[in-house]
Design a protein around this ligand. Structure first.
Ligand code: PXL
Length: 262
């Protein structure tokens, strides 16, 4: 028997709510084998990031290559990469593994509003990593940063076309308009960009730290197990909605708590 393996390339977060800790829980809950190549160490409490300690780029690249060359992964997910140097190095490496599905979560800000990226890295995401991604999973705030304006203010379709310009699919999470709460999926197809909305009941909870990490990781877990992209997105939507719903019942510190992964 073979495990279906997901390599999560992400930051380590001391609370276990977000980052590689959340990734591995989500991958495990969704039936795959989760591995982690750590990019940086984040210290925070449930309200704020207190420090970020990036690991050397060569170290991260070695960790990724060792996994992809030997046990090998059926899917890769990237989370907090933090620097332009690491994004560029990973893009160089990913070109050697074109057949592995890649979920790129362009982590930029925490729920507490703290920055999780160096600003010159935003450009590197757009230019070198998105063209290699199967799907990118920005949340609403990250989509606005990538676009340079409010997502969906003029036209959701035009903004999705920009976010999918490199040939990748994209899902923008938590877009609120007209009292509705939606995720917007864009998939390049032969007939042009196909857009699909996932409407959600709003769950009133602060336990959403790491929900983006967990969502993208669950998608990678489903891709690793052979689902097509749209099915992987649908199943990840169901998974994260359930995990947020269950997590809402718990207390966890003074600020943002985790989703309930299992
Ligand atoms: O949820 C975003 C996120 C991702 N990755 C790491 C984090 C955080 C939020 O704090 O610490 C490592």
């Amino acid at each position: 028997m073979n495990y279906k393996k997901v390599l999560c390339i992400a930051g380590s977060e001391n609370l276990g709510c977000a980052g590689v800790q959340a990734d591995i829980k989500a991958v495990s809950a969704c039936g795959a084998f989760g591995a982690g190549a750590v990019t940086c160490l984040v210290n925070k409490d449930s309200l704020h990031v207190k420090g970020v300690h990036p690991l050397p780029v060569e170290w991260v690249v070695q960790a990724v290559r060792l996994f992809l060359d030997d046990p090998k992964a059926e899917a890769v997910k990237t989370g907090m990469l933090f620097t332009r140097e690491l994004i560029e190095a990973l893009a160089g490496l990913f070109r050697d593994y074109p057949d592995i599905p890649k979920v790129v979560d362009p982590v930029m800000v925490s729920f507490g509003g703290d920055r999780l990226i160096e600003w010159d890295a935003v450009e590197a995401y757009r230019n070198v990593l998105f063209p290699l991604a199967t799907i990118i999973t920005p949340n609403y705030r990250e989509a606005c940063l990538l676009l340079g304006h409010d997502f969906g203010h003029e036209s959701v379709e035009d903004d999705m076309a920009v976010l999918c310009r490199a040939g990748n699919a994209c899902i923008v999470k938590s877009f609120r308009k007209d009292g509705k709460h939606r995720d917007v999926l864009g998939m390049p197809s032969a007939g042009g960009l196909r857009i699909r909305f996932f409407e959600k009941d709003y769950i009133d909870t602060r336990n959403v730290e790491g929900s983006g990490c967990s969502f993208s990781s669950s998608m990678a877990a489903y891709l690793a197990q052979g689902c097509g992209l749209e099915e992987a997105v649908e199943r990840a939507e169901t998974y994260i909605h359930g995990a947020i719903g269950k997590g809402a019942a718990y207390s966890f510190g003074a600020g943002f708590g985790p989703v309930c992964h299992f």
